[in-house]
Design a protein around this ligand. Structure first.
Ligand code: UD1
Length: 367
């Protein structure tokens, strides 16, 4: 089987890594990596490839930033040309970024099968570009690889054929366990520039924030910042800053106190090194809600909703919303919880990529 593995933005890279590794162990699969170039800064892209031990992409489409339409259109045009030249049998897209949407539309129109990894998640919030990407991608995919039961329920409710829906667990958790193993067996974490920071502040919180709804509007960013400045009186907050957020802090003149330590975007391993031992993680990321659940770390999500409800239902995740008082009350709730009492979702066991490839191989020629 001749497949393309598509990635474009930072949260895609850790999802393709375990699929790529697993494909390399099988003789009957040729797997080539297509990087759309949606993310392109060294820290957002190449550093991740290096850290995740991924090879250079076979194809780089150089799409870059822009409005949604510009970015999506650029990815579509280049990807169409590539697919016409290379004629893959199948493409695998992951997650819910613009690259996921753009490449699945192109492939489907060229009659190339589309497998969506992390299918079926729904926030029911159409103001999120990712929700649109998820719905459109699922509306044309041939295989739905689902990470949690809610994904299966959503797809069935939307009328997708049951025999195309496969609850396989989560490739991002495969990668998390792999990276944790590397971190623990490696040359020690003293090589990280943040090592002294972690030593100095044992009871720190870890923060990531980049959602347009939270950072693009001055009013909402300022309100969240007020809550963060109060939490920072309780414990220091280590904050790797996404490029979008960095820009908005400057544009809006957001004031973050000294106890919120701003860092550049970090490689996967260094970020893991910090958040895995944090007293609490504050985030508006989708992936981190799940990764904290897998490692039983407290998580406060800076959003009103989540497309990953399993993390709230059985895990460590508390939805804090985006208002000062709701964030502070969620923070108190989080800190009262005993991480020992959290549980880990079904099939988040490090074997999702292997299940996915078994299904793709056994169904080749049948779909
Ligand atoms: C994208 C995804 C989002 C994901 C996030 C993770 C979509 C719709 N959004 O959001 O789901 O959670 O990636 O990071 O696909 N920029 C740089 N350097 C880069 C990339 C971006 O400076 O390498 C800056 C640019 O100013 C750009 C802005 O960040 O305009 C936003 O980048 P973009 O890829 O459009 O969206 P993200 O906010 O990163």
């Amino acid at each position: 089987m001749n497949m393309f593995l598509v990635a474009g933005a930072r949260p895609n890279f850790m999802k393709i890594a375990p699929i790529y590794r697993e494909a390399g162990r099988r003789d009957n699969i040729s797997c080539r990596i297509v990087h759309t170039g949606q993310h392109y800064d060294y820290e957002m892209s190449q550093a991740f490839f290096k850290d995740l031990a991924l090879p250079e992409p076979d194809y780089f489409l150089n799409a870059g930033s822009g409005t949604h339409a510009m970015q999506t259109a650029r990815i579509m045009t280049s990807f169409e040309e590539l697919c016409q030249k290379q004629s893959p049998d199948l493409i695998i897209v992951v997650g819910d970024v613009n690259s996921t949407l753009a490449c699945s539309i192109v492939a489907k129109k060229l009659m190339i099968r589309v497998a969506h990894v992390e299918a079926g998640l729904r926030s029911f919030d159409m103001s999120m570009p990712e929700e649109i990407n998820r719905i459109v991608t699922d509306s044309i995919s041939d295989y739905f690889f689902v990470t949690e039961e809610s994904g299966e329920e959503n797809l069935i409710r939307e009328g997708k054929p049951r025999d195309r829906i496969h609850f396989v667990g989560h490739v991002m958790i495969d990668n998390l366990f792999h990276q944790l193993g590397e971190l623990e067996s490696g040359d020690g974490s003293t090589r990280f520039s943040t090592y002294p920071l972690k030593e100095k502040h044992p009871e720190y919180a870890f923060l990531t924030m980049h959602r347009p709804a939270n950072v693009d509007s001055k009013e909402s960013f300022a309100e969240i910042a007020e809550a963060l400045n109060i939490i920072a009186q309780d414990r220091p907050i280590l904050f790797p800053v996404h490029p979008r957020t960095h820009k908005m802090i400057r544009e809006h003149g957001i004031e973050l106190c000294e106890n919120i330590v701003q860092l550049p975007p970090l490689p996967f391993s260094e970020s893991l090194f910090l958040w895995k031992d944090a007293a609490v993680v504050l985030t508006d990321s989708g992936g981190l809600q799940e990764e904290t659940t897998a490692l039983k770390v407290r998580c406060l999500t800076l959003r009103e909703n989540t497309e990953r409800p399993i993390t709230v239902r059985i895990g460590s995740n508390v939805l804090g919303g985006t208002k000062k008082e709701s964030i502070l009350s969620a923070y108190r709730k989080c800190m009262q919880a005993d991480p020992g009492s959290f549980s880990v979702p079904l099939k988040w066991d490090g074997k999702a990529a292997s299940r996915i490839l078994d299904i793709l191989v056994s169904s080749a020629g049948k779909i």
